[in-house]
Design a protein around this ligand. Structure first.
Ligand SMILES: [Zn+2]
Length: 541
């Protein structure tokens, strides 16, 4: 009978597919008594009833088995990632998943994953598929489906009603729980993402700051040469500069940079943070935006500067570099700096940079050059691949992408090696800039797109919904270095910036501060968000 298949599938998903949910509920202190246990059981019955309701809609001769297979496989996949990385599946995470490229996805593969999917997904799906079913006539089946649906709805309402207070308190105090209900979370997230198209390509992008202009350089002044490093997955509290117990950033300290110690990201993953950083909007208005507009790179270019985007991430720039000259990672291949997957160490972005800049339009170069470098940085879970073998300062390090199989301090070692490598890369970039001081007024700004969880409370990686994410995923490093020539010509002083190092700043400041740093004038620039402008000791010419 079809309903046997429905019940078995729902039971399997409710019990095995929702292990991460049951584990999360079991860990809640308020469920640690008899009433809590009863509530947990009722929650389980409710989840199962919900799944029966969904399947009842598909209980027809040609649709039931495909529907069961899709649900069971989805549940197995969702459960694996929630269990392994402590993530939850919400619309933000789904955007991130949908924008993941093949190479990023390969990095998540492991034998553990294959085994887990076979055991909890493929095997039950095959067994359920082979279940012999005898189908009654269509009219009787419709009646059966209606009865099943109504009965399951009654059970759901009963379980919810009986424990209404516990349920509403749990949902209010532990919002992440709803994103653990598997596989409903995946279907919900897909539906939400489908409703609101992801900003991806150049189609229907509204112009921004059409009044942007750049005052002429003073006679004899050198044009600015600014490297804006868009970092990846770096957390502020693992920077020696910010007081981390390990001195992970000795080179930056020697270079005399200023580090903002109280800086916060706009999102908890690249696809959320990068477009938000490049937008003039603050975090919340950006999330609510109804149209796609140009961003920071477009405005700098419109003002007359030569802009270049160099991308060392296969995932690309999430749309923010679509209208400026771009070098993507396939063009960066240098033997010795890239592995067989085509993935390169960040220093590859400095190779051939003079030639790339020389190819930008001369009239623009004479006004100034802005090079965005999109780092691979500390991208997980394979941290050990992000630092070269010659530079493993912290050992032993975790050398697998299955982070939960390593001791936590080995995960931290591998991660700290990526931070130390970023320190080296940024110092090398400053060295490269200094070597060009004769013709240019150089500066460098580095900040990360978001942070990372390294196993605290069993959380790994990043991408939790913003409100729920721990500070580790949102507290980011932001480093500034201005050459004496740049200070002289912009009137912005490092000494003044250093005094602001404990001021709270965020990605909301990035767009406005970058325009302020380069002296771009536009009505879109909000001086209240421009932290560098606050340090300008003379009005721009
Ligand atoms: Zn990122």
């Amino acid at each position: 009978m079809p309903w046997v298949c429905v019940l078995l599938a729902a039971l399997w998903m409710a019990v095995v597919g929702n292990l991460p949910l049951w584990r999360a509920l079991a860990a809640l202190p308020e469920l640690g008594n008899t009433r809590g246990l009863a509530f947990g059981l009722a929650f389980g019955v409710g989840v199962m009833a919900m799944l029966v309701m969904v399947l009842a809609l598909f209980t027809w001769r040609w649709t039931l088995k495909p529907a069961v297979a899709i649900c069971v496989l989805t549940a197995a996949g969702g459960a694996y990632f929630m269990r392994t990385y402590g993530i939850v599946i919400d619309p933000t995470m789904m955007v991130n998943v949908l924008l993941t490229d093949g190479r990023e996805a390969r990095e998540l593969l492991s034998w553990g994953m294959v085994g887990s999917l076979l055991l909890t997904g493929v095997l039950p799906a095959v067994l359920l598929w082979r279940l012999p079913l005898r189908w009654p006539g269509a009219a009787r089946q419709a009646l059966w489906n209606a009865i099943t649906f109504i009965a399951a709805a009654a059970v759901l309402a009963g379980a919810g009603g009986l424990f209404f207070q516990d349920l509403s308190a749990t949902m209010r105090n532990h919002k992440q729980v709803r994103y653990l209900i598997n596989p409903v979370n995946t279907f919900y997230a897909l539906a939400m993402v489908g409703r609101k198209p992801v900003q991806r390509n150049g189609a229907a992008v509204l112009p921004l700051a059409e009044d942007a202009r750049l005052p002429a350089l003073a006679p004899g002044a050198k044009p600015p040469l600014v490297v804006m490093v868009v970092g990846e997955t770096a957390r502020a509290d693992h920077f020696g500069l910010n007081g981390y117990a390990r001195d992970t950033t000795p080179e930056l300290a020697r270079a005399g940079v200023v580090s903002f110690r109280n800086a916060w990201s706009c999102g908890t993953n690249t696809a959320a943070s990068v477009p938000c950083m490049f937008s003039p909007l603050d975090r919340e208005p950006f999330a609510d935006r109804t149209a796609n507009t140009e961003g920071l790179a477009d405005v700098l270019q419109r003002a007359g500067l030569a802009v270049l985007w160099i991308d060392n991430q296969a995932g690309g720039c999430k749309g923010v570099c679509d209208r400026v000259p771009k070098v993507d990672d396939s063009e960066l291949q240098v033997p010795g700096l890239c592995n067989s997957n085509g993935e390169c160490l960040d220093e590859v972005m400095l190779r051939g940079l003079d030639e790339r800049i020389a190819q930008l339009p001369p009239a623009r170069r004479a006004r100034g050059v802005v090079v965005f470098m999109h780092q691979m940085g500390s991208h997980g879970p394979a941290y050990y691949l992000r630092s070269p073998p010659r530079q493993k300062r912290y050992l032993p390090e975790c050398t697998t992408n299955a982070l939960q199989q390593c001791a936590r301090d080995q995960v931290v070692n591998a991660y700290d090696n990526t931070v130390a490598y970023t320190d080296q890369f940024l110092a090398d970039t400053i060295g490269w800039l200094k070597a060009r001081e004769k013709d240019w007024a150089p500066a460098l700004v580095y900040l990360s797109d978001h942070g990372e969880s390294l196993g605290e409370n069993n959380l790994y990686l990043h991408g939790l919904p913003y409100r729920l994410a721990p500070d580790a995923q949102k507290h980011i490093p932001w480093v500034t270095w201005l050459s004496p020539a740049f200070e002289q010509e912009s009137g912005i002083r490092m000494r003044c910036i250093a005094q602001l190092r404990d001021t709270q700043v965020s990605h909301d400041n990035y767009f406005h501060s970058t325009l302020g740093l380069l002296g771009v004038q536009t009505s879109v620039l909000n001086p209240a968000r421009d932290i560098y402008g606050a340090c300008r000791d003379k009005a721009p010419a």
